[in-house]
Design a binder for this molecule. Structure first.
Ligand code: G3I
Length: 453
C-alpha cells in the first residue's frame, strides 16, 4: 500500500469509527469503504483468510466467494501428516500444492496447517513410539517445510498439544511421550527447513485467560527466554453462543511476550449472538497491533465441519449473512495498524542496535538461536531516505552464514556485508525494511553497522 493510500485508509478508518461512536452503527457502502473482507483487513496491514478444501475448488460459487473476499488461505486437511506422508518416507503433495497454487493465483498469504498434530497422524505413525517416532516426526517436519520453503507465510508447527480442563498441562499423546522437548525440537526443525516462515503454536479453548491458555502462555514465555524459534500463536476460536470477556486481553498478553497472534479457525454457532460475536473477535484483533489476521474455518455453512450449526459468514447458497456484514463493518471501522514483521522480535539480550549515523541508517538484529545454529532477522531503518544500504555484521569465530534472504552477502565468515536487493534498496525517511540470514555456529552478538548508499 502506498503512503498516500495508507493515509487515506487511516483517514477513512477514523471517519468511519467516528460514525460508529456517534450513531451506533457503522457506515458501509460509501464510495470509500472497502467492500470485501480481504481489502478491508488490508487497510490496517492484516489479512482475512479462509480454510479451503482442494475438493471444492471446482465449485464456481465457492471459488467466486474465495477469489472475491479473501487474501489468505489455509488448507483444511491437505497439508496434515496423514495427507502428506501416508506411508513412511513417501510424501504426496498433490492436494497441498493445489491449495498453495490457489493461494498464489489469488496473491494471498498461505498458512500451513499443520506439521504435527496428535490427530490425523497416519496409521504408521500412530503405532510408533520413542526415538523411532521422534526421528520420524522430525523428518516429517523437515521434509514438508522444505517442500514448501519460501511459500508459506506461517506454519502451524504444532497443533493442540495442551490438555483441556484445569491442569494447564500438556495433552497425553504418543508425540508427548517421546519427551517434553518434542515441541521445541519441531520448531527448531521447521526453522532450519524454512527460515522465512513464521512458526506458530495453534490451539483451541484458549479464548480468554484460562488454565489452558496460561499453560501455553508459560510455554511461549519459556521458548522466548531460551531462544526457541517461535513467532506466533494461533487462537482457533471455534466459538459457541458467548465469548469470554477477556478475549482481547488474552491476545494482548501473548503479543506482549513478543510473538504475533492470529485468529486461525474462527467459526461461531448460529444463535442470536452470532453477528455480535464475530464483530467482537474482529475488533479484538484490530485492537492488538500484533494480531496479524483472521481466518474463518470454511466459506459457506455447508462447507463447515460443524454440521448443522451454520457457523460461517455465507449461507449454503453463498449469500452474505448478517455475520458477514458485522465483520465488514468492524474491519472498516479500523484499528491499530499491524506492522507484521517477518520474524518476531525477541527480548532485549538478543537484540542490538547500531549507532545512529546522522541521516543514514540503523540496523537491529533479532536472533533465534539453538545449539549449533541460528536465524537472524535484521531490520534496517532509514534516517534520511535511502537509495541502497549495506549492513555489516561481525560473526563470532567458527560461525558461517548458510543462507540469506532479501539481501546478498559478501563472505560467509568473520565480517559479513549484506547488501540490499533490487526491491528493498529504496527506503523512505523513517521507513524500514527487513532481511535475514541463517547460519551454523553462534549468532552475532556485536553491534551491526548500517551504511547508506
Ligand atoms: O476425504 C474422506 C472421504 O474420502 C471419506 O469418504 C470420508 C468418510 O468419513 O472422510 C473424508 O475425510 C474426512 C476429512 O475431514 C475430509 O472431509 C475425515 O473423515 C474427517 O475426519 C476430516 O475432518 C477434519 C478434521 O479436522 C479432522 O479431525 C475436518 O475436515 C477439519 O475441518 C478439521 O479441522 C480441525 C483443524 O485441523 C484443527 N482444529 C480443529 C478443526 C476442527 O476439527
Amino acid at each position: 500500500m502506498s503512503l498516500l493510500q495508507r493515509s487515506r485508509s487511516l483517514l477513512l478508518a477514523s471517519a468511519v469509527a467516528g460514525v460508529v461512536v456517534a450513531s451506533g452503527f457503522a457506515l458501509v457502502g460509501t464510495a470509500e469503504a472497502a467492500t470485501t473482507l480481504g481489502a478491508s483487513a488490508a487497510q490496517t496491514g492484516r489479512y482475512y483468510g479462509a480454510a479451503i478444501a482442494a475438493g471444492r475448488l471446482g465449485d464456481g460459487t465457492y471459488t467466486g466467494i474465495l477469489n472475491r473476499e479473501f487474501n489468505s488461505v489455509t488448507p483444511e486437511n491437505e497439508m496434515k501428516w496423514d495427507a502428506t506422508e501416508p506411508s513412511q518416507g513417501r510424501f504426496t503433495y498433490t492436494n497441498g500444492d493445489r491449495i498453495l497454487n490457489q493461494g498464489i493465483a489469488m496473491g494471498a498469504k498461505v498458512r500451513g496447517h499443520a506439521l504435527l498434530w496428535h490427530q490425523q497422524e497416519p496409521g504408521w505413525a500412530q503405532s510408533m513410539s520413542g526415538s523411532a517416532l521422534r526421528s520420524a516426526m522430525i523428518n516429517h517436519v523437515t521434509q514438508v517445510a522444505t517442500h514448501y520453503k519460501g511459500k508459506i507465510y506461517a506454519w502451524d508447527v504444532v497443533n493442540e498439544a495442551f490438555a483441556d480442563g484445569g491442569s494447564g498441562a500438556r495433552r497425553d499423546s504418543n508425540l508427548q511421550r517421546t519427551g517434553n522437548d518434542w515441541i521445541e525440537a519441531a520448531f527448531r526443525a521447521a526453522r532450519a527447513a524454512d527460515p522465512a516462515a513464521k512458526l506458530c503454536y495453534n490451539d483451541y479453548n484458549t479464548d480468554g485467560v484460562n488454565a489452558k491458555s496460561t499453560g501455553i502462555y508459560n510455554m511461549v514465555r519459556d521458548f522466548k527466554s531460551r531462544g526457541v524459534p517461535i513467532d506466533c500463536v494461533g487462537f482457533q476460536s471455534h466459538l459457541g453462543t458467548s465469548i469470554a470477556g477477556d478475549y482481547q486481553a488474552n491476545l494482548q498478553r501473548f503479543a506482549d511476550l513478543g510473538v504475533d497472534v492470529q485468529i486461525t479457525e474462527l467459526d461461531v454457532a448460529q444463535g442470536g449472538n452470532q453477528a455480535n460475536i464475530y464483530a467482537t473477535v474482529t475488533r479484538a484483533c484490530l485492537a492488538v497491533a500484533r494480531c496479524t489476521g483472521i481466518t474463518v474455518w470454511g466459506i459457506r455453512d455447508s462447507d463447515s465441519w460443524r454440521t448443522g450449526e451454520n457457523p460461517l459468514l455465507f449461507d449454503n447458497s453463498g449469500n452474505k449473512k448478517a455475520a458477514y456484514t458485522s465483520v465488514l463493518n468492524a474491519l472498516n471501522a479500523g484499528g491499530t495498524s499491524s506492522p507484521s514483521p517477518s520474524i518476531s522480535t525477541p527480548p532485549s539480550p538478543s537484540t542490538s542496535t547500531s549507532p545512529q549515523p546522522g541521516g543514514g541508517c540503523t540496523a537491529t538484529v533479532s536472533l533465534n538461536s539453538w545449539t549449533g545454529g541460528f536465524v537472524a532477522s535484521v531490520k534496517v531503518t532509514a534516517g534520511a531516505a535511502l537509495n541502497g544500504w549495506t549492513v555489516t555484521v561481525a560473526l563470532p569465530s567458527g560461525s558461517t552464514v548458510t543462507s540469506t534472504w532479501s539481501a546478498t552477502n559478501s563472505g560467509t565468515t568473520g565480517s559479513v556485508g549484506f547488501r540490499n536487493v533490487s526491491y528493498n534498496g529504496q527506503v523512505a525517511a523513517g521507513g524500514s525494511t527487513e532481511f535475514g540470514f541463517q547460519g551454523t555456529g553462534a549468532g552475532p552478538t556485536a553491534t551491526p553497522v548500517c551504511t547508506a548508499g
